[in-house]
Unconditional design. Structure first.
Ligand code: ACO
Length: 326
């Protein structure tokens, strides 16, 4: 059987670092509150002239170099983002131009923080069905541009970044074994950007009152994640004829360290097998899983043959889990 294997990884975050102490000067918060409630110590924030496609293209170039794949070899560019450069066209097309991958089809995938995990499922299906040989999958977001910087309950959580993976066919059992995708549109209003689309176009009044920004019911999203993600991971492992005790690495969306720890605890996956880097990046949305994978590889943690579980969740509500044999 032919699986979609990760041939190379790359990541990019903007230079500027915003610490918790910096934030405490902007809104009524403290390093103590943010660290103890979320595990976040700092995040990277893009300057005004840097957009999602800039970060995405940089991560893409590094992933291509890591995989030793030339842009001309790419059949497909898939960009998971909720903060595209434009309403349309797709940010994947902007990236295509920036990296010069003119043989590739290109489209965006809208699944917010679950985007990269949705993308791994899509890339897996394309490669397994021989519809593509070389896929560039990017998770990239610059949520800082949609955050209300006067709202302490959201602005402390997010950071900007991009991660990318190059995928190709593997006949020896390495790659995406299976995925579970889920969504619950009833939770639409739990975390969303309600204005600026066709339902509610931007008006000067909305902008004036900062209503054009991200709105989130943090508690509800927290509860949803802790309930749904362990179930989805169980389900995915079962599909792959595996159990939680066989998981070598859990690489989850880094939204809140307490969510990651709660999920691991429910599955009885020990701390030593859970990758965490939220302290340095905050919640980078679709970028968090590929950034975590890139760093885990750079730290030489993921070994060939190991079982790696990736999981993402967020706006939609949407969630995705992948079981990967590394
Ligand atoms: N500093 C100080 N106090 C704060 C801050 C802050 N930055 N933010 C909120 N508070 C206060 C609140 O006002 C509240 O005060 P009150 O009790 O007087 O009303 C108190 O702290 C507790 O607030 P809660 O919201 O109940 O705190 P909680 O422990 O639930 O933590 C958090 C909030 C961190 C947002 C948590 O709920 C969380 O991580 N949720 C998940 C969010 C998430 O994962 N989002 C991902 C989806 S994003 C996407 O898809 C794009």
């Amino acid at each position: 059987e032919c699986l979609a294997a990760i041939l190379g990884l790359g990541m990019c975050v903007p230079e500027r670092v915003l610490t918790n102490d910096d934030l405490a000067q902007m809104v009524d918060t403290s390093d103590e509150w943010i660290t103890s409630r979320t595990g976040i110590r700092q995040r990277h924030i893009a300057e005004e002239n840097i957009t999602t496609s800039d970060l995405a293209a940089e991560a893409a170039k590094l992933a291509l170099a890591d995989a030793n794949v030339h842009p001309d070899e790419l059949d497909l560019i898939l960009c998971a983002t909720a903060t595209g450069d434009y309403i349309w066209p797709a940010t994947a097309c902007v990236v295509q131009r920036k990296i010069g991958a003119y043989r590739a089809g290109a489209f965006d995938l809208s699944a917010a923080c679950a985007g990269f995990c949705y993308g791994l499922a899509v890339a897996g299906a394309f490669i397994q069905s021989h519809a593509a040989q070389r896929i560039l999958l990017i998770g990239a977001d610059a949520l800082s541009k949609h955050v209300n910087w006067n709202d302490r309950s959201t602005c402390v959580l997010f950071g900007d970044g991009a991660g990318a993976a190059v995928l190709g066919p593997n006949e020896s059992g390495q790659g995406v074994l299976t995925s579970v995708l889920g969504a619950n549109g009833d939770g639409l209003e739990m975390v969303w950007l309600p204005h600026g689309g066709t339902r509610s176009p931007l008006t000067p009044e909305l902008i004036e009152s900062s209503q054009n920004k991200l709105i989130m019911q943090g508690r509800e999203v927290y509860r949803f994640a802790v309930r749904v993600i362990p179930e989805a991971i169980q389900q995915a492992l079962q599909k792959a004829c595996l159990t939680p005790s066989q998981v070598d690495w859990l690489v989850m969306h880094q939204a809140n360290i307490r969510i990651v720890e709660a999920v691991a605890e429910r599955l009885h996956i020990p701390k030593e097998r859970v990758f965490i880097n939220i302290d340095r990046y905050g919640n980078t949305s679709a970028a968090s899983v590929p950034i975590a994978l890139t760093e885990a590889v750079q730290q030489n943690l993921l070994k060939p043959g190991q079982i790696v579980v990736t999981a993402g969740f967020g706006a939609g509500l949407a969630w995705g889990v992948n079981i990967i044999r590394w």
